[in-house]
Structures are given as structure tokens and as C-alpha cells.
Design a binder for this molecule. Sequence first.
Ligand code: FAD
Length: 372
Amino acid sequence: MKSSKEYDIIIIGGGFYGSMLALFLSLTFKKIAIFEQESQLMTRASYHNQARVHNGYHYPRNFITALRSHANYEKFIATFPEAIDDTFLMTYAIAKNTSKVTSAQFIKLCKQIGAPLRPLSKKVKDLFNTRLIEEIFAVDEIVFNAAKIRKKLEKELKQRKINIYLNREVTSIGAVNELLCVKLKDGKSYTAKKVFLCTYSHINSVLKSSQLPLLSFKHELTEMPLITMPKGLEKFGVTIMDGPFFSIMPFPDRKMHSLHHVRYTPHASWIDERAQTFDKSKINSKFLYMYKDAQRYIPRLSGISYKDSLFEIKTVLTQNEGNDGRPILFRKDHGLKNLYIVLGGKIDNIYDIYNELGKDLGISLKDYIFLS
Ligand SMILES: Cc1cc2nc3c(=O)[nH]c(=O)nc-3n(C[C@H](O)[C@H](O)[C@H](O)COP(=O)(O)OP(=O)(O)OC[C@H]3O[C@@H](n4cnc5c(N)ncnc54)[C@H](O)[C@@H]3O)c2cc1C
């Protein structure tokens, strides 16, 4: 053991979750450190995603997830107003064939959760192939700019004097007397009263090397092409529901759109203890399959052009494989006293974790507001 330093809280993983938890915990604890293996915060799943601020529409088969998304939507906008892009027309279309939801069911869900649906102009409706699409709606759903969120989080973390250790891979967690001990690949170790494991697809990797009980996750190696839209559709977003279809939404940080296809975005999936690493240069893009399918629904999409792809491992709880739910995973005293495990299925789940953790530690969400 080369060196040892004691913290109140150590957070492993500097994604959106680790960073946001550090800010929340700084309301009560003084000495907080984040250990992140990459050279910057928020470079993994928190950057490589579709940037959708969910307002509930996406989850017609999971009422609780739809309701919680809608409840958290305005909170997210209030927390990150400078990172929001609402300058485009967002549409949801219901497919006629093989959809798991009808438009009547979709309308009912939106009414139940209070998410507005608006009719579209003929010009927009005419973009869609009516042989394949049952109904189309304009909705209130927006995207976030992950790079702007990172910038804001870095500033807030600095102001609150939270120590950020970059390029530091944690290898294991153990107990030393009343404290928890976090060991790093470089041989150093640090102790803390409480440790939060927020490594998303790598939660089980750290648990396994610590000889702690593993959790049940499904991992997917995903690809989302970044594209430029045809002339006239630069301010357009679409999600086709609910089955093996696709969605296209602006990706503000790259000034392009991202394309997610339920059938082709996952290159591989496995239910396993470890998230495997991948070499992006060795993966053959599935953009062409996505492109050909998308044109069937919206012929004008023949004019999109491919620029690049985002690759990432997506991790969901195996319990939600069939029902599309995206709840939080929040475990306290997991294998060791004061070891917390946190996995958020999507960005806005952070407010649900604040509620859970707030109850546990006596921190009220009312106290929590960004200053700048
Ligand atoms: C293809 C795809 C599309 C998605 N679309 C959306 C969407 O539109 N809207 C939405 O809300 N959500 C979406 N999500 C989900 C969302 O991205 C995740 O819920 C969220 O980013 C998880 O945040 P995190 O901080 O837990 O994970 P991450 O951002 O991955 O952070 C975990 C961090 O831990 C670090 N780490 C890992 N192991 C170690 C270690 N041993 N030591 C130190 N550091 C370590 C990693 O480098 C990483 O920075 C999508 C996800 C994917 C993959």
C-alpha cells in the first residue's frame, strides 16, 4: 500500500451520476472525492447516449417509468437550462404493424401522466408513409447538450471543493476497521466512511474484484450513428413507437442528429457479470441497415448523410428486459457496511436517487439548488 488518505465520501465513477451525487452529498459531507478512470468527467454513457430528456412518452408499456419521467422533466430543465435544446419539432409516430402499442393506448397513457400531445400540420404529416404509420403527434420533449452539462458540473464541483482524481482506475473495495478502503490500479489506496459505486456498466467488474456479491445486469454493445439531416429537416426529431423501430433526435454537442434503431443499435447483448471492453475501430457499422429501414417510414430520410458513430455499453437491470422499465438501482450496505451501489437507467432518474438517499441520510431535496 503506497499511500492512504481519508475521506467522508468516495465516489467511484465520474459520470453524470457520480458527479451529481457528489454535489448532493456536499450538502452534508465535507471531504468528498471522485475517482474516474478516464481523463475527463462524463465521457462514457453520460455522453454516448441519445440526449433525450424523457417526458414519459417513450414508456407506454411501463406506467411507473412514464410517470416518473414526466415528474422529473421540469426539474431537469430547471437544473440545466443552459444545456437544453428545445428549438426543434419533436414528433412521436405510432407504427401500424408489429407495434406493441396502438395510438389509442398511447393517447390514454399521455393523458394519465399529463404529457401533452398536439396535432401536426399536413406538411409534417405528409413526411410519413401512411401505409406504415397509424398516427403522428407533436410532443414536448427536448434534448440536452452533454458537454455543457459537464462544464457546469466541473464548475460546481470545484466551487464545493470536491476532489476529482482523473485517470484513476479503482480495482477493489474492502473494509478496514470501521472504514472502507478503495484500492487503485496504481497501487495507492484511500479510505472513506461511505463509498458510492457509480461505474454503470462496470459495477460488477469492481464488485467481482472485491469479492462482493454481483448484481444481475443485461449489457448491450450499442451503436448510434451521428448523421446530418436533409435540407428542411434540420429542426426535426422523430420517435416511432413501439417495437423494432427507430428514433432520430438532435445531438447538440456535435451539431448533428443521432439515429437509434431498436433492431440494429445493439450489436451484441449478454447477461453477465462483467461489461466487456470493446475496440470501436474493429466494429462494422450497421448504419446502412438503419438508414434503409428509416426511409420506409419517412422517405425524405434518404437525404441523410452518415458522419460517425457513438459506441457504448448500455446496462439495464435484467428484471426490466421485457417491460421496458428504467428504474434506478440503489443498494445500501451492499456486501459491506456503508457501500452504496447506484445505477440510473436514464439521466432524469437522478432525482429519484436524491429522494432515496435523502431519506437515508436526512438530506432534503428542497435544500438542493444549483447556484450558478
Ligand atoms: C445507447 C444509449 C442511449 C441512451 N439514451 C438515453 C437518453 O436518450 N436519455 C437518457 O436519459 N438516458 C439515456 N441513456 C442512459 C444514460 O446514458 C445512462 O443512464 C447514464 O449516462 C448513466 O450515467 P452514469 O454516470 O451511471 O454512467 P457513466 O457515464 O458511464 O459513468 C460511469 C463512469 O465510471 C467510470 N468507471 C468505470 N469503471 C471505473 C473504475 N474501475 N474506476 C474508476 N472509474 C470507473 C467510467 O469511466 C464512467 O465515466 C442511454 C444509454 C445508452 C448507452
